[in-house]
Every structure is written in C-alpha cells, then in structure tokens.
Design a protein around this ligand. Structure first.
Ligand SMILES: [Zn+2]
Ligand SMILES: [Zn+2]
Length: 258
C-alpha cells in the first residue's frame, strides 16, 4: 500500500486517488464500516429501532424513504411534470449540465443527513454513497470525482468532510479517480441555510478555487445535499475555469419545492 495521503489542503498532493489509495481518514472510516458490518445481523434500524440484517436501516424504513423516483429536471434534479428542464435552469442555466440525486431532502432522510454531518454517524455516509453509486450510469463515467470542499476552519470544527467520504466510496465503487484536494474553499462563507434564497449565489461567489489543470476532463462534483445549487454552481465555475469540459453534480439528496 502506498503511504497515507494527507487531507490537509496545504500539504496534500493533487494526484488522483484510485479507490484503493485512500487517506488515513477514509481508511478509518472504512474500518468503522467494516466493524459495523461485522456486527450484522444484530443491528437496530437507525430509523425505527427494530432489529434487522439489511443494513443501517430496515427494509420497511427503506421503502418509506423519499426516493426521487418522480420525473425531474435533468440539469438540477428538481421534479418537473414531464421530466423537462425546469424554469430556473432555462432562465439561469448552471455550469453543471446534469445532476444525479438519490433522494428528495425530506423527512426522515433529512434527519439521517443531519446525523451524518453533525452527529458524526459516519457509517451513514457509506450507506448513502452506495445508494448514490448505484444511480450512476456506468457507461458515462467521468474522468475525475471532486468532493465539495469544506473551508479549513469548518473542517477543523467537524473533523471530517462528509462530501469527501461520499466521493471516496463512490470512487471505490466505480474505480474512478478521486481528486480530494484539487479544489479548495477559500472563503469561509456564512452557511447557505441561513441565507435568503436570492442571496445564496452572491454568498458563495468566488468561494472556491481549483489548483489543477482539468483541460478537456469530465468531472463529477460530489456533495451531500443540493439546495439552491449556488454552491455547486460556484464550484462548477472553479473547475470550468480550469478547463473541465463536462461537469456533473452527484448528490445524495435534493431539496424539493415547498
Ligand atoms: Zn426501520
Ligand atoms: Zn433544473
């Protein structure tokens, strides 16, 4: 095995990381996962508490999750009546051209995402990553996966970047090249969730920079939740400025219209 790669943006290399070349943090995460898998089948469902051997949550709870089965906009995954491009994407097309999303961001999925991000339940990231990986068209894989970067201050507070955990597992699943440190968040912006919708684009403008040449490369950007799409678009702008020819958004969940 090659030496461990640092997640620290200042010291990290920009070499792609194949599924098997993972950072210490990812390895720890995968070990936690392994430990959890070994505990099967005696596992209480994270949603209803009933013992089950199907994974972190039981079959009935899985069926009740808000899967994004409906027809939706191919660009941003917002549900539309006939699967056409939504009005927002027609008016202001984002720089990513398609979105893969597994779930609508609704109860109880929102609680699970929250538990992953703020409760440190990292095993959930693996379960979500597998769901996301299964949605990806394996005949149209990108050259690189890039996780939504966290600002170093937030990374220190949280201790991990959930988007990197997701991207690492999806990369492993499809044997894709992961670029964990190609992009950096250079401005620690106030959380998008407390911004009025209309201000979100401005809030994240120039928040990201990309340090490597991506000329002619197809890139998928990975995040946990796509809300207004402003952060995703800002990151897409950073990679497009470095020459990316095709940019996709891969997310676990997408917020739905109220
Ligand atoms: Zn359950
Ligand atoms: Zn759209």
């Amino acid at each position: 095995m090659p030496g461990p790669e640092k997640l620290n943006a200042q010291t990290a290399t920009h070499h792609p990381v194949k599924g098997h070349r993972l950072s210490n943090m990812c390895r720890t995460f995968l070990n936690i996962r392994k430990g959890i898998e070994q505990l099967l089948p005696a596992q209480p469902c994270v949603l209803c508490g009933s013992m089950n051997d199907e994974g972190l949550w039981c079959g009935p709870c899985d069926k009740a999750l808000p899967y994004l089965y409906n027809l939706h906009c191919p660009v941003c995954a917002m549900p539309t009546p006939a699967g056409e491009i939504c009005g927002q994407c027609l008016k202001h097309p984002p720089l990513f051209t398609n979105t893969v999303a597994v779930f609508g961001y609704a109860f109880p999925l929102d609680k699970l995402i929250h538990a992953m991000k703020y409760g440190g339940q990292l095993a959930l990231a693996h379960a979500f990553a597998i769901k996301l990986a299964l949605e990806i068209d394996k005949d149209a894989l990108p050259d690189y996966l890039i996780p939504m970067p966290l600002h170093p201050v937030k990374l220190r507070e949280r201790g991990f970047n959930q988007s990197l955990l997701l991207a690492a597992d999806v990369a492993r699943f499809h044997q894709l090249d992961l670029l964990p440190d190609a992009c950096r968040r250079v401005r620690d912006t106030p959380p998008q969730s407390i911004q009025p919708w209309k201000d979100r684009k401005q809030n994240v403008r120039n928040a990201f920079c990309c340090d490597i040449d991506l000329s002619g490369k197809r890139v998928a950007l990975v995040d946990d939740v796509l809300t207004s799409g402003a952060s995703m678009d800002a990151l897409a702008e950073a990679v497009r400025n470095k020459g990316a020819s095709e940019i996709s958004a891969w997310v676990v969940a997408r917020t739905l219209p109220h």
